[in-house]
Design a protein around this ligand. Structure first.
Ligand SMILES: C[S@@+](CC[C@H](N)C(=O)[O-])C[C@H]1O[C@@H](n2cnc3c(N)ncnc32)[C@H](O)[C@@H]1O
Length: 331
């Protein structure tokens, strides 16, 4: 095995990273820097240290992951989200709408989702957004909700005027929007990731799959499928869509939204379903699908009585994931 192979394998097993995609020098440079800190030139020792210390591993991962993101990235995806949320989810008794943004990086994506759902007419009490990332540094920025100009790359003026306030040289997300997003530190590829959660109506999983090795891709696809209601929508990155289309998803008929609908039922017996959305493919007529309200929420609570489920603490969301090989909580 080549000198850094041990470290590459450890990272592949832990967070699914494909060293080829990351570039040959990224992992090497970080391992070299860690070895220097530890005063060793033994890669195996380095890997041992990482596997024994959540803190060291966290710091190491921070240096390797790619946190790049911005508000309303892939604008067609948010146009479709607005239409979908308004026409399909609302009015079908499926409130609150449950959305997962994973990975969420520094928060621009989940806040864009929150704004879009407000624009679609949802009351804040009818929106539940969970947002997940492995990077504590990214999550700290996300919780702070303050952004420089680099986070606004498209035509965002309309939203800036309505949902942000000036903060230094940048903008801060208004508290009513910021309060709609619940952040969690977690490894999406960790064993049992979020399997104790009620399935989501909408999942955003953009720009993660591209960095993963084939096995991690399979794990991620299967995990997300189990976390989505039947007929639910998954938004992904433009070069990632094809992987989902091979695994029981169908592209929706909205160009450049990179959205697909879960067309194959999950193995979870308790997974509720959503009404169908138009996809690019002609399908034979089928009996009307069950309304979400009938399967997931038999008695729609009056607006005033609806309560957001208690948000799990970061430590409890991590606690579901210790694998047999690891000696710490996070993965
Ligand atoms: C390029 S950003 C994507 C952010 C956003 N979804 C978007 O498309 O703009 C990739 C994020 O994935 C996170 N990440 C990488 N591996 C992860 C894992 N196994 N579990 C959770 N987050 C992960 C990184 O920390 C980084 O913030």
């Amino acid at each position: 095995m080549k000198r850094y192979g041990e470290a590459e394998k450890f990272l592949a097993d832990t967070i699914g990273l494909d060293p080829e995609v990351m570039g040959p020098r990224v992992i090497k440079n970080e391992v070299d820097s860690l070895m220097q800190d530890l005063g060793t030139d033994d890669v195996e020792r380095c890997v041992r240290e990482l596997s024994l210390s959540e803190e060291k591993l966290g710091t190491f991962i921070e240096k390797i992951v790619v946190p790049e993101t911005w508000f309303f990235r892939d604008k067609e995806c948010f146009k479709f989200l607005k239409r979908y949320a308004r026409d399909v989810v609302s009015g079908k008794g499926s409130c609150p709408v449950r959305v997962l943004s994973a990975p969420c990086s520094t928060g621009e994506e989940p806040y864009s989702i929150a704004i879009t759902l407000c624009e679609a007419g949802f009351a804040p009490t009818d929106i539940l957004i969970d947002a997940v990332d492995i990077s504590r540094k990214a999550l700290k920025i996300a919780r702070g909700a303050e952004y420089g100009r680099a986070s606004f790359r498209g035509e965002t003026k309309y939203y800036e005027d309505r949902y942000f306030a000036p903060a230094g040289d940048g903008l801060r997300v208004n508290p009513e929007i910021a309060g709609l997003v619940h952040y969690h530190h977690a490894n999406i590829l960790g064993k049992g990731f979020f399997t104790d959660r009620e399935p989501y109506h909408i999942i955003f999983c953009k720009n993660l799959l591209i960095y993963l090795n084939p096995e991690a891709r399979r794990t991620l696809l299967a995990g997300l499928k189990g976390l989505l209601v039947d007929g639910g929508i998954l938004f992904t990155g433009h070069s990632e869509l094809a992987s989902f289309l091979q695994k029981g998803f169908e592209a929706v008929a909205h160009p450049r939204s990179f959205a697909c609908v879960k067309s194959e039922p999950a193995h979870r017996a308790d997974t509720p379903s959503l009404p169908s959305v138009p996809t690019g493919r002609k399908r034979p007529r089928q009996p009307a699908p069950a309304r979400l309200a009938e399967v997931s929420s038999p008695t729609r609570m009056p607006r005033t009585a609806r309560r957001r489920p208690p948000s799990r603490s970061m430590s409890s969301s991590l606690a579901v994931r210790p694998g047999p090989k690891q000696s710490f909580k996070a993965f």
